[in-house]
Design a protein around this ligand. Structure first.
Ligand code: GLC
Length: 660
């Protein structure tokens, strides 16, 4: 359909949804295009009949049942972008079966603090790791003929006041921390980008011309449809002026506001036509894809995929005296098996699993262990060899509100303490969407695993890890602090009208490095049943800002395992404030028992650059850089130095003596 075939009225109607989830179809003139959440599995809302619970005639919105995948917060812990691809590709099959054209995912907002209610559906505190995962996730969905919506652009890092709050952030922190994951994900060419609700430096994202037109389109080169978050548009004419193409859901205000904007000359016919063109291109994309896209997997294969991803994502945090893996014949006391069935947080990312989620007890029995169930009691004497405690955060994690603390449910903590007082072999499995405090009991237990929200197959994966059939290989994508006092951000400082990103780069490990605070478990930390040693660092220069970092990782144990090695870069003497080090590369490698692997990670210009607001772009300053290779952000095994010497005319701040 060409825009010339539309009347003026039809054009204006096309710039707002038909209802909650569909694009306008102009009375059947255009095919239906259905948009649906969500990042961790399909959540297709559908209207059913009378909602008896509500006691009045309203359509009760329910979602179809679909495969519930490991939440993106856990896929990032796999540090294996191929898992993100597999997940995206699998969700696409549920979309195809349910005639969904665009999946409203992934969300890549940075985990500025572990208290954000939506951390379970976001990826990481580090933009490099988040970007790599999001890039592959989008490719996985779109290679299957389903579109995506990269969200929420931008600076939506809290939930309590997200609908109105003004995110005040200075340029460098925004460019170096909050936008790079979007930049990287855009290289996968998402069909749409969703703007966030909040203001950014005083202007709502939905009408922020600098963010949407100048940066997203002008600098990042995005030429697809910008869709609003649901009900995020404040005035349709102002949003159109900022090049927001599609307001969702339908709003009766939209049409008159556009007419008013046109009549006042505030927006032009060209503004309308440009957006109409992009929306029609989206409709064409969806229509064309629908002709050829095919379901590639069965429901069973999708379930198996969730297990595979969970196996790569679950993080082994503690394993004192190698208690794990469990030995054959061991009897396991399982406490609060129900807590192990939590597969995700609340809100638009909530998936209704299409299978009954098996508890960890059943899965351990399937692995041949004798299991004694103890509910969430903590008075019974245990008779098993190992006491497995399934615990959850004390507040339900969800879109729409943030957590107030990092605590476990009080009863769960008491359960752990009671078990630890009576038994020596306590293992804690944490089913939560983000960091939790453990300081009251961490020294009293022998094993800890962060299962997170790892989808409908999470307990099959965990049981295989506990049984030693799978060697755990996940590593934290977010720092676990000792306590709330160790956060760089005091949420009490934030209030309805504004959140000030005063901490600049001090987010996650960047903060703990700077403040010299040792977190409970650092970014990039995770244990294995194997043991790895690093050696022979070699840094090969291919250009002033083009290096190959090579090193050897040896598995010095007797079990095969996968190791995630991480490459950090630090600018030793910069004329601008910079974090001590930043993740600029990583590699996950299967290394068999006793074997070694030579690994090479490439570093390009952006690995050394910082954003210079005076010239409005990323820039590399001459000087010394430290390149570190480690098993976590706090466990650097190898270090080397390089010196960048770019031609003088490229330098903004000459640093040699002649210039002083
Ligand atoms: C919600 C969420 C967004 C979701 C949309 C549709 O408010 O912020 O992530 O895709 O509305 O449910």
């Amino acid at each position: 359909m060409k825009k010339e075939e539309l009347t003026k009225e039809e054009k204006l109607k096309l710039l707002t949804g038909k209802d909650g989830w569909r694009l306008e179809d102009l009375g059947g003139k255009l095919p239906e295009v259905f948009l649906s959440d969500g990042p961790n599995g399909l959540r297709k809302m559908q209207e059913t009949g009378f909602d008896a619970m509500a006691g009045y005639a309203q359509n009760k919105l329910i979602t179809v049942k679909a495969t519930a995948y490991p939440n993106l917060s856990m896929v990032a812990c796999s540090w294996n972008p191929e898992m993100a691809y597999l997940m995206g590709s699998g969700i696409a099959d549920d979309c195809i079966e349910n005639d969904v054209a665009v999946l409203l995912a992934p969300g890549v907002n940075l985990k500025r603090t572990p208290l954000c209610g939506r951390n379970f559906e976001y990826l990481s505190e580090d933009p490099f790791l988040a970007g790599e995962c999001a890039y592959q996730y989008i490719r996985g969905v779109q290679d299957s003929g389903v579109g995506t919506s990269l969200k929420h652009f931008a600076l939506n890092n809290g939930e309590d006041y997200r609908l109105t709050q003004n995110s005040e952030v200075e340029e460098r922190a925004m460019r170096e921390l909050y936008l790079p994951a979007f930049e990287r994900a855009l290289e996968a060419k998402p069909w749409t980008v969703m703007c966030s609700y909040n203001m950014i430096n005083g202007v709502y994202a939905s009408e922020n011309k600098k963010m949407l037109s100048d940066i997203l389109r002008g600098e990042f080169g995005f030429d697809g449809v910008i869709v609003s978050d649901w009900c995020a548009v404040k005035n349709r004419a102002r949003a159109l002026k900022a090049t927001l193409d599609l307001e969702m859901p339908y709003s009766e205000r939209s049409y008159p506001e556009l007419v008013e904007g046109l009549e006042a000359g505030y927006i032009s016919e060209k503004d309308v036509d440009d957006s109409v063109e992009r929306v029609l291109t989206l409709v064409d994309k969806a229509t064309e894809a629908k002709k050829t896209r095919k379901v590639k997997t069965t429901k069973e294969e999708r379930y198996a995929r969730t297990v595979k991803i969970a196996e790569e994502s679950i993080v082994l945090l503690k394993n004192e005296d190698d208690l794990l893996p469990l030995k054959k014949g061991m009897k396991i006391d399982v406490y609060f098996d129900d807590g192990s069935k939590e597969t995700g947080g609340g809100g638009s990312a909530k998936v209704e699993p299409d299978v009954e989620v098996k508890g960890i007890g059943k899965c351990l029995q399937d692995e041949g262990f004798e299991v004694i169930y103890h509910g969430d009691a903590y008075l019974t004497d245990a008779t098993g060899d190992v006491q497995l405690m399934c615990v959850n955060a004390n507040t339900y994690e969800s879109e729409g509100y943030d957590r107030r603390d990092l605590l476990l449910k009080k009863r769960h903590e008491e359960m752990i303490l009671n078990a630890a007082r009576r038994n020596k072999n306590v293992v804690v499995a944490i089913y939560a969407g983000s960091a939790v405090e453990m300081s009251n009991w961490i020294d009293l237990v022998r094993g800890v695993l962060f299962v997170g929200f790892c989808g409908e197959g999470q307990n099959e994966a965990l049981a295989r890890i506990l049984a030693g059939k799978v060697n755990p290989s996940g590593k934290l994508a977010q720092t676990f602090p000792e306590s709330l006092d160790d956060l760089p951000v005091d949420l009490e400082q934030e209030y309805e009208r504004a959140v000030y990103y005063r901490e600049r780069f001090a987010v996650g490990y960047r903060y703990y490095d700077w403040a010299m605070i040792e977190p409970l478990f650092p970014f990039g930390y995770g244990r294995s049943y194997a043991k790895f040693e690093y050696s022979d660092l070699e840094i090969k220069k291919n250009g002033e800002t083009d290096y190959e970092v090579s090193y050897t990782v040896k598995n010095v144990s007797n079990v095969d395992g996968k190791e995630i090695s991480q490459v950090y870069v630090g600018d030793v003497i910069a004329t601008s404030e910079r974090p001590e080090k930043e993740l600029k590369g990583f590699s996950k490698d299967l290394i068999k028992a006793g074997e070694s692997k030579r690994i090479t990670v490439k570093l390009g210009e952006r690995a050394f650059a910082f954003y210079n607001p005076s010239i409005g772009k990323f820039y590399v300053e001459n000087g010394k850089f430290v390149i570190s290779v480690g098993a976590s952000s706090a466990d650097l095994r190898l270090q080397g130095e390089i010196t960048v010497k770019l031609p003088k005319f490229t330098q903004m701040s000459p640093t040699d003596s002649r210039d002083f």
